[in-house]
Design a protein around this ligand. Sequence first.
Ligand code: GUN
Ligand code: ZN
Length: 428
Amino acid sequence: MIPPRILTGQVLCFTRSPLEGDPATAARIDEAVLIENGHITRTGALSELRAAAPQAKIERYDGHLISSGFIDAHAHYPQTGIIASWGKRLRDWLETYTFPEEIRLADPAYARDIANRHLDLTLANGTTTVATFCTSHAHSVDAFFQAAQTRNLRAVAGKTCMDRNAPAALLDTAQSGHDDSARLIARWHGTGRLTYAITPRFSPTSTPDQLAALGALWAEHPTCLMQTHLSEQVEEIAWVKSLYPDARDYLDTYEIHGLLGARGLYGHAVHLTPRERARLAEVGAALIHCPTSNTFIGSGLFDLAARIADGHRVGLATDTGGGSSFSMLRTMAAAYEIGQLTGTALHPAQLWWLATAGSADALHMSDRIGTISPGMEADLVAVNLASTSAIAQRAGTAEDVWQALFPTIMMGDDRAIAQVWILGEPQS
Ligand code: GUN
Ligand code: ZN
């Protein structure tokens, strides 16, 4: 049995969602958190926790924020090596940079190398759970899940299915996409901390037959997640219209094929019609906000405040390598800036919530990860709130925890991540 651990610091315990009501009062700061057998069992004063577990090892992170680890609800691990590739919008970016790199993952050793590299980078940035697209090669899913398993991570992944409009080397068929995905579900879904996501890349790279086959597969495996892209760029929407002339809109290309549901994760969702918005909210599907990607590839401004007001489930994500950072801090900063451009200054509590509990809710995992409270898995991060001199001089004048946190949100990166715990085990 692993000995219990007590971490001290400013332990951020959300007591409700800051997306409703006054965000500043949505959390309590406790002095310490007790971890037993990989789970959080208590938070409170150090003296109380010591009395409850006298044999516990105490790790002091005084002055640091102790939070749930970050949850990146949409990423492409195979694109790790082409992050920050210059000068293209979505279709050209896919053809010029992304597909050639994804072809390289035909080599299983390279896929393993990139999966490990991705998880080393995300862990160094305080991200403890990633939901990722793989490539169309089934072994790219094995590579990712093995790398996650080695690190004991809770993780989500799926084989990216594409049977048209991509290089031949990346194409599957409606049948093989279905059959490979079914085999991968049998191998990985629910194994330890791993969850399978059925993954049609997006409507333009699947035939209606492939979407229908994957919709049927999801109906057979309803506990799987389903991840895809939706209404990211206006040119993409016109392309979808030309490929699916009978569909009512982009969402309908998924809906008529059984690919709309509460466990669906729809990346980007920037340019939605009123019908699409109403349908997505009605079924409780998750919109995944990818702010650094939406600016980097030039996709548009996701109106987060309006989507929250509409009652959508929303997660936050890097979308690496379309996104320009592995850091959920940089991602929160981009979400804040896009909020300003769309008329709402998001509160630090709302940004932090989206990067942790909001993404956990999008992945239907908020009973296990995303907040610090008894019973939750101890995937935690200690954040140094004075990690650079620029941040330190600003945080020095803070009058409350949110003011202390905001400079790290706006200017922080992996230098702010002092420690990461996975199931209570420190990673460095
Ligand atoms: N749409 C289809 N594939 C992709 C991808 O890999 N990245 C982004 N940002 N959008 C996509
Ligand atoms: Zn994506």
